[in-house]
Design a binder for this molecule. Structure first.
Ligand code: SF4
Length: 231
């Protein structure tokens, strides 16, 4: 059975230096007063327009195997496929920053206010990432506190559209979890609406299960190599 939780915005607000790093600015001291003001204005709009919420459901390995199979478009080998059988717990999730903030970003771009639009877009994306990190941390702590799982337990999120799990996998994930209950729908390209949404599975288990060699067929096209930091 799925559960729904509303988040507090303050828990996900990205740090100023992280926002500027996304724009390729390494030091806050290098940022002009005008841009600092733009950041403050975007944070204000983000606070006014975002309504972070998550829907999640614990799921058995057999149920998840069926969802992960999706429409049969995954790569032959993937990190999730390797990790799955070693996991202690699986939670399917979908979260969103809400439709108002995504609509506000659209409006700003349509009105040619690219500066504020880009800043808000960046803040909303980083906040959605922070929300996923929060779910990972909460689940890591929950499993660490369990008497059988002391140190060395870790929860990480894996999402359709990344690392060999084909984006069309969203279809079965949505059929199981029904994120439309919190206002998230899928378009024909399996993209989530509102855009500032993330879905996937939280995989908990021994820290080592999340370590793998990133030499899958799709890794040569990967620009971020984000698995390295996670490992
Ligand atoms: S290199 Fe990129 S695509 Fe490959 S596993 Fe790591 S994050 Fe995924």
């Amino acid at each position: 059975m799925s559960k729904i939780i509303k988040f507090k915005i303050k828990d996900f607000l990205p740090e100023k230096d992280v926002v500027f790093k996304e724009f390729g600015i390494p030091e806050i001291d290098l940022v002009s007063e005008k841009i600092q003001h733009l950041y403050s204005e975007a944070i204000k709009v983000f606070r006014e327009t975002s309504k972070p919420i998550v829907i999640y459901s614990e799921i058995s390995e057999a149920e998840f195997q069926n969802i992960f199979k999706g429409e049969g478009n995954n790569s032959a080998e993937t990190p999730v496929k390797q990790i799955l059988s070693k996991a202690d717990n699986l939670i399917l999730f979908a979260l969103t920053m809400g439709k108002e903030v995504s609509e506000k970003i659209d409006i700003l771009f349509k009105e040619n206010d690219f500066a504020l639009g880009s800043m808000l877009d960046n803040i909303a994306s980083l906040a959605a990432d922070n929300a996923v990190r929060k779910l990972e941390t909460l689940n890591t702590e929950k499993h660490r506190n369990h008497r059988n799982h002391q140190k060395g337990t870790k929860t990480l999120a894996y999402s359709p559209g990344y690392c060999g799990w084909h984006i069309s996998g969203q279809k079965k994930l949505f059929e199981y979890l029904h994120p439309e209950k919190i206002g998230i729908t899928l378009n024909d390209s399996f993209l989530m609406i509102p855009l500032k949404s993330v879905s996937g599975v939280l995989i908990s288990g021994k820290r080592e299960i999340h370590k793998f060699k990133n030499d899958f067929s799709f890794c040569s096209l990967c620009r971020t190599k984000s698995c390295l930091a996670r490992m």
